[in-house]
Design a protein around this ligand. Structure first.
Ligand SMILES: [Zn+2]
Length: 105
């Protein structure tokens, strides 16, 4: 259930001024936790929450993004939910799913 990016950076787009920045995935906080009341047949489900805190150097404002990755069964990303996506204008939930690979070891 360890969280693994298959990309080195994601592109952030400022929702205010539109400037962009390549943001290293090393700077993204990820909290991983088992899904409490999962009664799935193929083992536990894990929820990985990735949070990005970003300060726009152009318009001097702070922004956050939050992405939820659901791992089920173990080693596979079942789905992605963009919880707070103002910074992620260039991405869809499908394109974010291709940026993780929980089966890497
Ligand atoms: Zn800005």
């Amino acid at each position: 259930m360890s969280f693994k990016w298959s990309t080195r950076s994601i592109q952030i787009t400022c929702p205010e001024c539109g400037c962009t920045e390549e943001y290293s995935v090393d700077n993204i906080d990820v909290d991983s936790e088992p899904e409490e009341n999962s009664d799935y047949k193929m083992g536990p489900t894990y929820r990985h929450i990735a949070r990005i805190y970003w300060h726009c150097p152009s318009c001097d404002r702070d922004f956050e993004a939050e992405i939820e990755f659901i791992e089920y069964p173990e080693g596979q990303c079942e789905c992605v939910n963009i919880v707070e996506g103002a910074l992620l204008a260039g991405y869809s939930e499908d394109s974010l799913m291709s940026m993780v690979d929980f089966s890497l070891d």
